[in-house]
Design a protein. Structure first.
Lengths: 488, 448
């Protein structure tokens, strides 16, 4: 592992990241929130300066990233970006731990918040909070890959190390163009939602923030009551539509938009995803209705909450922490499923569950036919053994990470429901959990160490665990060196 | 007609043998060793490559009416045909064995479009299709359907207790609408007469309208009427096995096993076939066949490219209790031998392909519908010319070795008796052996 190349590439990415702070500054100027501007300016300058220094510090000509180096760049970049993104929060008076939690929650599109008193924060900061999710939704690296022409080699490694879910889909032979196409689609959908929400009567500022956090499957809302604060049925239906899209594979949507809508329902994962949404929404609706609600309201809330949790967005149109156990357990199961591969959603992803299910059935069949050639297939295509193995390992580590984090949070003083659901909600990048971290509550009361643990869970969860875990191997660091040897 | 045959293998030899008496033949092969074999036939043998224009010019290609490329290499055949049509051959026929070259993009035939090849013959596919027809007609050893399925043809092997055995045909009560078209006894195929008596072990070809044939099939092979899932085992997942498996998968009520010994090919089969169970192993591995209970199969098809192993798999299958066994035969001489030792159906990829080429050259305007018994008999379709005077069938002198199986008149299908009249515009389905096909054809063309 050549640290010099890692630093150089990360530097290149951070230089560009510094420019992102221009947007909340513009917002601050517009709303005349002069005191908050300093935080963005500081963070922007820091990012650019550090990035520039890292870029210029090493004179590597060929940025040919190897696999492990790409993983290090991705994991490192996400961490540094979250730290720099926390600066504006610290500027307005949050503790560094809380600021990092909020920043990481933003970039990883989790949507878990430590905010309780929203009145303390200006519109520029709340906009920044939504913007972090929007950037994180399509992926920090994807954004950089799309706009940075310098990275020629190893781009694919970076791109797929960050991509959510078991996917290796390229829309064009060139990764850079794929990234650009995906960002354009993402921005287009965001604009569409912004217009729809505005027309439904939401103020422009709120519509913009919600459009950004819906498409990112993030869940931050500038309103302390989340979507429930608007009490607008049309808004909820619109957000339902865009949450559904945010949880579906963007590359697939792009192909469908190119004039082949039939592709959507020929895609196995999309079909199963749709079936899960429909099934879970009907169940939740049924329980809400039988619990004495009005059918139309039950249906709207059932669908909204199903989509919000399954796509790991984490909006609340109602305080579902107060629902009965039957509906809450359905929501918890949805948290463990997640959206589609190649979407903005978190969680283990529908595709991985399908693969695990198929694999289990195949192994059962193998006991009957020990000499049978029994490949695991998805959408009629054989899943290579190494992909299958990665999926299995992913699940093992998902469970392991979940257990370790939950135990730590509970030992640090959280109650059982709070501890377990807080871990599920952060590791799966969902946002709100149940109990004391419910949709109308916040993570602010947790032990500072718990917050750090959960910050780590968000980071590891967004990068789908293996990216980070591979770097924990001792041999990776034993082989780390700064300079490429002379003569090469 | 001047014909150039490129490739002196089994197909080339069979073609040369059939065509040599009536045509001027040149055979091109780059292996001088095969020349001896052709020495006995009245053909001109040229040593050299079929893809070399100098060799083709020696034929000479400019005056050639037909070029047939039938070497074992698809690419060579394609190049030879393309070159031949460039150099002036009037018509080209290309043998291929891989699907890659037959597949069409946008429904267009790329071989004819880009290479100027007039006809592509894919023997493996014809073989697979023939096996499929037989499997889909339980109890029969050959099967066919014509006139949009209104006319069916079935060939049965008669057992000791068959109701057809032991009495002259005129005394049998065959259902109305069925004609006995051919009988295979010993080594010869002939058209039966009223006084012909059938023996156990004979094979009979019956033709008739769909309803009557379905009833007859129920009589002759009662097990065929059971409506249940049938198990089919295919040994060998090569070109033939894969195509057969793909077709059978699409048919309802069939469960498929495919046994393939090559690991990579097995993976490819498992990836391509959605429902078939692929077993990695040898078709002659008794342990594998027993543990997977292959004996419960209704049909076992062995289509490896090796006659001995095919035979062994089939015999093991038969021992384990398989209902009927079908095998592919590469060496024509083995055909009869295989059926003698108890294989229900033995088929060669080349037989039907060669017969269809020969028919094209010698068959004039009639079209060949099906080849029976490796070319000993065939079913052809003739159209009665407009000037033909309507005549009752009994007044037409049909050659001995031919029989009119059915008359298709518009949407109507008639299984004719003596008093039925043949009218202009009728399409006649004729079963004929040997040269009689030619005679019956002239019968309906000269009377204009």
């Amino acid at each position: 592992m050549r640290l010099s190349i890692i630093v150089k590439v990360m530097g290149g990415l951070l230089r560009v990241f510094g420019l992102m702070f221009v947007w909340p500054m513009a917002m601050g100027v517009y709303y005349r929130e002069w005191t908050d501007l300093g935080g963005f300016l500081l963070a922007g300058l820091l990012a650019s300066a550090i990035g520039q220094a890292m870029w210029l510090g090493y004179r590597e000509r060929e940025l040919d990233l190897r696999r492990i180096e790409a993983l290090a760049v991705v994991a490192g970049t996400w961490l540094v970006v979250a730290i720099l993104g926390a600066v504006p929060y610290v500027w307005v008076g949050l503790s560094p731990v809380d600021a990092l939690f909020e920043s990481m929650s933003g970039f990883t599109t989790t949507g878990a918040t430590i905010f309780t008193d929203f009145g303390r924060f200006g519109r520029a900061l709340l906009f920044w909070r939504s913007l972090t999710q929007w950037i994180g939704g399509m992926g920090v690296i994807t954004l950089f890959v799309a706009i940075l022409p310098r990275l020629a080699m190893g781009v694919g490694q970076l791109f797929f190390a960050e991509a959510p879910g078991p996917t290796d889909e390229k829309l064009t032979p060139q990764i850079r163009k794929t990234a650009a196409v995906l960002w354009r689609l993402y921005a287009g959908l965001t604009l569409a939602e912004f217009l729809a929400l505005s027309m439904a009567g939401m103020p422009y500022y709120d519509a913009l923030c919600h459009a950004m956090t819906t498409l990112a499957a993030g869940g931050f809302s500038p309103d302390p009551l989340s979507i429930a604060g608007y009490d607008n049925a049309a808004v909820e239906w619109i957000i339902c539509v865009f949450m559904f899209l945010a949880g579906a594979n963007f590359a697939l949507q792009y192909r469908a938009l190119l004039g082949r809508p039939g592709l959507l329902f020929r895609n196995e994962e999309f079909k199963i995803y749709t079936a899960i949404v429909a099934g879970a929404a009907l169940l939740v609706t049924g329980f809400l209705w039988s619990g004495g609600g009005e059918l139309a309201v039950a249906l709207r809330q059932g669908l909204f909450q199903t989509l919000s949790i399954l796509t790991t967005t984490g909006y609340a149109s109602v305080d579902f922490a107060l629902w009965g156990d039957q509906t809450r357990i359905i929501l918890l199961v949805l948290m463990l499923i997640g959206g589609c591969a190649g979407s903005a959603a978190g969680g283990p992803k529908v595709a991985r569950h399908v693969l695990i299910g198929r694999y289990t059935l195949t192994e059962l069949r193998r006991t009957l036919h020990p000499r049978g050639v029994l490949p695991v297939k998805i959408g009629g295509k054989v899943v290579p053994d190494d992909v299958m193995r990665t999926v299995l390992v992913f699940f093992l580590f998902y469970v392991l990470t979940f257990t370790l984090c939950a135990v730590a949070v509970i030992l640090l003083g959280a109650d059982l429901v709070t501890g377990v659901t807080a871990t599920m909600a952060t590791l799966g990048n969902v946002g709100p959990g149940l109990g004391l971290v419910g949709p109308m509550a916040s993570y602010g009361h947790l032990h500072p160490l718990s917050k750090l643990v959960l910050t780590g869970a968000m980071w590891v969860g967004r990068l789908e665990i293996l990216t980070v875990l591979a770097l924990l191997r001792l041999e990776v660091w034993q082989s780390a060196h700064w300079r490429v040897k002379a003569g090469r | 007609m001047q014909v150039i045959i490129i490739g002196g293998g089994e197909i080339g030899y069979a073609l040369a043998k059939a065509l040599a008496p009536n045509h001027e033949l040149f055979v091109v092969d780059n292996d001088p060793a095969v020349a001896d074999r052709f020495g006995l036939l009245d053909v001109e043998f040229l040593t050299g490559s079929g893809t070399s224009s100098t060799v083709l010019e020696r034929a000479p290609i400019g005056e050639c009416d037909l070029l047939i490329a039938c070497t074992g290499l698809d690419e060579v055949n394609i190049v030879a045909c393309a070159l031949g049509s460039q150099l002036g051959s009037r018509r080209t026929i290309c043998f291929v064995s891989k699907e890659d070259f037959v597949q069409t993009s946008d429904g267009r035939d790329s071989l004819s479009e880009h290479f100027g090849i007039d006809q592509v013959i894919w023997p493996e596919a014809q073989l697979a299709d023939a096996i499929e027809r037989i499997i889909m007609a339980p109890g029969a050893v050959d099967a066919g359907a014509f006139a949009g399925g209104e006319i069916r043809l079935l060939e049965f092997r008669l057992g000791e207790d068959s109701p057809l055995v032991g009495r002259p045909i005129s005394e049998l009560d065959l259902p109305y609408g069925v004609v006995m078209a051919a009988v295979h006894h010993g080594e010869t195929t002939s058209i039966p007469r009223g006084r012909t008596v059938l023996h156990p072990g004979d094979k009979v070809v019956l033709m008739g309208n769909r309803k009557a044939m379905n009833a007859l099939q129920g009589q002759l092979s009662p097990e065929s009427t059971h409506r249940r899932t049938r198990l089919v085992t295919i040994i060998g997942g090569g070109d033939v096995g894969l195509r057969l498996a793909q077709h059978l998968e699409a048919a309802p009520g069939i469960r498929l096993f495919v046994v393939e010994h090559d690991h990579a090919r097995g993976q490819m089969l498992a990836a391509t076939l959605a429902n078939a169970l692929i077993l990695e192993g040898d078709g002659t591995d008794l342990g594998l066949l027993e543990s997977e209970e292959i004996g419960r199969s209704d049909v076992l098809v062995s289509v490896i490219d090796n006659d001995e192993r095919n035979l062994l798999s089939c015999l093991i299958g038969r021992q384990l209790g398989v209902g009927s066994v079908i095998t592919r035969v590469s060496t024509p001489g083995n055909l009869r031998l295989f059926e003698l030792v108890g294989i229900d159906v033995a088929l060669s990829a080349r037989g039907a392909a060669v017969a269809s080429v020969v028919h094209q050259i010698d068959g004039g305007r009639s079209s060949l519908l099906q080849v029976l018994e490796e070319g000993q008999a065939k079913v052809i379709e003739l159209t009665v010319p407009p000037g033909f005077r309507p005549t009752p069938l009994r007044d037409i002198e049909i050659p001995d070795e031919a029989i009119i199986g059915s008359i298709v008149r518009g949407a109507e299908v008639i299984v004719p008796r003596g008093e039925d009249r043949i009218e202009p515009g009728d399409r006649l389905l004729v079963c004929a052996t040997g040269v009689s096909a030619e005679e019956i054809r002239s019968l309906f063309t000269t009377s204009v």
